[in-house]
Design a protein around this ligand. Structure first.
Ligand code: PLP
Length: 392
């Protein structure tokens, strides 16, 4: 008999009742160290006091009014994002998938309004992930996500990751946009080198194609900059944001330049919940805390500590771990053992990690994780690796 909850997830037999910082409490009262942070969502950890205060204060005032009216909390969050980024304008969504949908629509509208309605092709990359809507699965294109859900939305071509010649050949004057994650998350924490992002920007400039960054997972301070593309010194025309921006409250956004948003006039897009006062009040607090030089330097310092420890684990457990990848606190351990066995062994040590493609386990802790908690996490991961070694 089918479970009452649609069984689309392979869930671990764990349920949590309380969280604080980088720790979660299970139903049986035991404590787990959380290196997944709800898949890079709880950027400030669980129950961050400033977020709890902001949420409860706003909850007592106003939750939802609809975009039929001005929403001061939404305007404030848009002001903050425009002030801190390349963007001139922002649309708020409730998830990353919805942000991907709007990014795709914005690209199509742009070329339609520019008098080239047939210029619809969006180039994407193997291993990418943009969400689970019909548009987002067509964009990523993998068999795993699309099988049985055809016919797929047309207008996408997926290129091999890191193949410059294939990209150069595909990026003709007919291409509408290139959509890419500066650091692939689900694809196995694969970082696009800065030189490649720069080259991509140059190719887009040469052909007029719009450059769309999906920073749903790698954005919001995760790599040690507010957005990952800042490391390369290039900016996109359109960017999708979600996950960390709400700190656990469902919130997403599409950021765009004035040029790219050309054509997105009244009536061309909408959302009932998107940009509601509750979500935007929380989002503004998250952005305020993360978009701060001292906070971001702390992320980089913690990242260096974590990475060094992980390199040590790779050296100590070659039968389990092959290498460390990623940037900032978006880290991946490429495994020699089976990644899901390592994730399970980590559960045994009351440590939460997240599997990804390419036989990787992801380490995406709260950006506020302490030095002591990183040391504890490394000790638990060491014991988990030993358990995996003993099992074979
Ligand atoms: C998670 C994710 C999405 C989809 O976000 P949802 O909030 O699950 O809809 C899109 N792009 C990337 C890079 C992601 O990691």
């Amino acid at each position: 008999m089918i479970s009452h909850v649609l069984p689309t997830y392979n869930r671990a037999p764990l349920a949590f009742t309380k969280g604080e910082g980088s720790w979660l409490w299970a139903e049986d009262g035991s404590r787990y160290l959380d290196l997944g942070a709800g898949i890079a969502v709880n950027a400030l950890g669980h129950a961050h006091p400033a977020l709890v205060a902001t949420l409860t204060e706003q909850a007592g005032k106003l939750w939802h009014v609809s975009n039929l009216y001005r929403i001061p909390e939404q305007e404030r969050l848009a002001d903050l994002l425009v002030d801190k980024t390349f963007a001139d304008t922002v649309f708020f969504t409730n998830s990353g998938t919805e942000a991907a949908e709007l990014a795709i629509k914005m690209v199509r509208k742009y070329w339609s309004e520019k008098g080239q309605p047939d210029r619809t092709l969006i180039l994407t990359f193997e291993g990418s992930f943009h969400g689970r809507s019909t548009g987002a699965i067509a964009a990523a294109g993998s068999e795993k996500m699309t099988k049985g859900f055809g016919p797929l939305m047309p207008g996408f071509k997926s290129l091999p990751f890191g193949d410059h010649d294939a990209l150069r050949a595909a990026l003709t004057g007919q291409v509408a946009a290139v959509m890419i994650e500066p650091v692939q998350g689900e694809g196995g924490i694969r970082t696009l080198p800065d030189a490649c992002l720069k080259g991509l920007r140059d190719l887009c400039d040469a052909t007029g194609a719009l450059l769309v960054f999906d920073e749903v997972q790698c954005g919001m301070g995760r790599t040690g900059k507010l957005f990952a593309h800042e490391w390369a010194g290039v900016t996109p025309d359109i960017m999708m944001v979600a996950k960390g921006i709400g700190g656990g409250f469902p919130l997403g956004a599409v950021l765009a330049t004035e040029n790219a948003a050309f054509g997105m006039t009244a009536g061309t897009h909408g959302s009932t919940y998107g940009g509601n006062p509750l979500g935007c009040a929380v989002g503004a607090k998250v952005v305020e805390i993360i978009a701060d030089d001292a906070f971001l330097s702390d992320v980089s310092r913690r990242a260096a500590q974590f990475r060094q420890g992980l390199e040590g684990l790779v050296a100590a457990h070659p039968q389990v771990f092959a290498s460390v990848r990623g940037q900032g606190l978006m880290l991946g351990l490429k495994c020699t053992a089976t990644n899901t066995d390592v994730v399970k062994a980590a559960y045994g040590q009351h440590l939460l990690t997240v599997p990804a493609a390419d036989n990787v386990i992801r380490i995406l802790p709260a950006l506020t994780i302490t030095e002591a908690d990183i040391a504890e996490a490394l000790a638990r991961l060491d014991r988990a690796a030993t358990a995996v070694e003993q099992a074979v």
